[in-house]
Design a protein around this ligand. Structure first.
Ligand SMILES: *Cc1c(COP(=O)(O)O)cnc(C)c1O
Length: 382
């Protein structure tokens, strides 16, 4: 059956198309005026001194880890409940991601376990260089606790804010807490550039390093075939930057539209037995909804509900599969079921519903009615 509602969708308006078309009428398809303008407006939006556009969120995380001085044998504290990229970037540097289990409510890294883990690794003689927290699904991590730990142990914080553009912790924007932060613009995110990402920092030397690394290790003299370090081609092209510029100018509206959809779901789901709607911490003064993830009570067989929804034409996704249980992480590090029980418990009982800015009332009715029907049918069949 074709899906009755798309799982995700970019929000593209004629003004966005116009911006991209304008680029195509110029000779500047890369390294032109659009990326500069986009970076200026992104830095202003986030509230940082600097922003550097890159070709993906993953590329941005990689460069931030390099800037933090993470190299072979080093360790970085992070969460196993995330998209695989937040941990892979350590492997790119021959460093090791050290996982810390999550808080069952926010599904973000649990700061109470972070300090114990740092002490444990140091006692083993390991070099912990940084903490890489992920603001999962658009809800900020407990940045008070993490910043306190980072300053006491002299660690850098790199925020993976790829799912949390515009979110606020106690009134302060994510992306302004760490030494650097990364946002991403894949088409299912709150705003898109197709592929793309951006690195923000208040440290001018880090910003200069990002610009060199993304551009094949060139220095800022602009000499085309002079390379002063090992770099990459992580540039953001001008079409993508133009789309980003058009989208960031209405990002607050895009975030509001998603919040309206989230509220619509939560209202409709309030009396569906077996379903818990997303938990928001009191410190989350602004949620930036990336996905809408419900949790089932233990009696519900999540996988069976997922299959039944698909059969009814409603797409849904388990979100996330724990990183430590990915086949190559098991092979590399010997992780098994039970290594991070809270992460695994959350991963087994959650489901992301169709969610995007243009989801209408009738779409939400359709999703929630189908979900209720599926849950009721399973209850009676047992
Ligand atoms: C989207 C995302 C990224 C970056 O993804 P790209 O596809 O490389 O832009 C990184 N971390 C998290 C948690 C994400 O959701």
């Amino acid at each position: 059956m074709p899906f009755r509602v798309p799982l995700s969708s970019p929000d593209i308006e004629p003004a966005d198309i116009e911006m991209v078309n304008r680029v195509l009428e110029t000779p500047y398809l890369s390294i032109g005026p659009m990326i500069e303008q986009f970076e200026r407006e992104w830095a202003r939006y986030t509230g940082t001194h600097f922003a550097a556009g890159v070709s993906s969120g993953t590329a941005g995380l990689h460069l931030a880890v390099i800037a933090a001085g993470v190299g072979p044998g080093d360790e970085v504290i992070t969460t196993p409940f995330s998209f695989v990229a937040s941990s892979n970037v350590m492997l790119y540097q021959q460093a090791t991601p050290i996982f810390v289990d999550i808080d069952a409510g926010t599904m973000n890294i649990d700061p109470n376990r972070v300090e114990d883990k740092i002490k444990e690794r140091r006692a083993l003689g390991k070099r912990v260089k940084a903490i890489l927290p992920v603001h999962v699904f658009g809800q900020p991590c407990d940045m008070d606790a993490l910043c306190d730990i980072a300053s006491r142990y002299e660690l850098k914080i790199i925020e993976d804010a790829c799912e949390a553009m515009g979110a606020e912790f106690k009134g302060r924007r994510v992306g302004t807490f760490g030494h650097a932060a990364v946002f991403a613009f894949y088409p299912n995110k709150q705003m898109t550039t197709g592929e793309g990402g951006v690195l923000v920092t208040n440290d001018e030397s880090w910003d200069r390093l990002f610009r060199s690394l993304r551009n094949q290790g060139r220095d800022d003299s602009g000499t085309w075939l002079r390379h002063i370090r090992l770099g990459y081609n992580y540039r953001l092209d001008e079409m993508s930057a133009a789309l980003g510029l058009a989208q960031v100018r209405r990002l607050d509206r895009l975030i509001e539209k998603r919040a309206r959809v989230a509220d619509g779901y939560t209202r409709r789901m309030a009396h569906v037995p077996g379903v818990q709607t997303p938990y928001l911490a009191p410190e989350t003064t602004r949620m930036s909804w990336f996905v809408y993830v419900i949790r089932f009570t233990p009696a519900v067989d999540r996988n069976a509900v997922l299959d039944a929804l698909q059969a009814e034409g409603i797409p849904a996704r388990p979100y996330f599969a724990p990183i430590h249980l990915q086949p190559f992480y098991r092979d590399l590090f010997g992780y098994r079921e039970g290594s991070f029980p809270i992460t695994e418990g959350v991963a087994q009982t959650t489901l992301a519903l169709p969610f995007h800015s243009k989801l209408g009332d009738s779409d939400m009715d359709c999703v929630v009615e189908t979900l209720s029907k599926v849950l009721a049918a399973r209850k009676h069949s047992r």
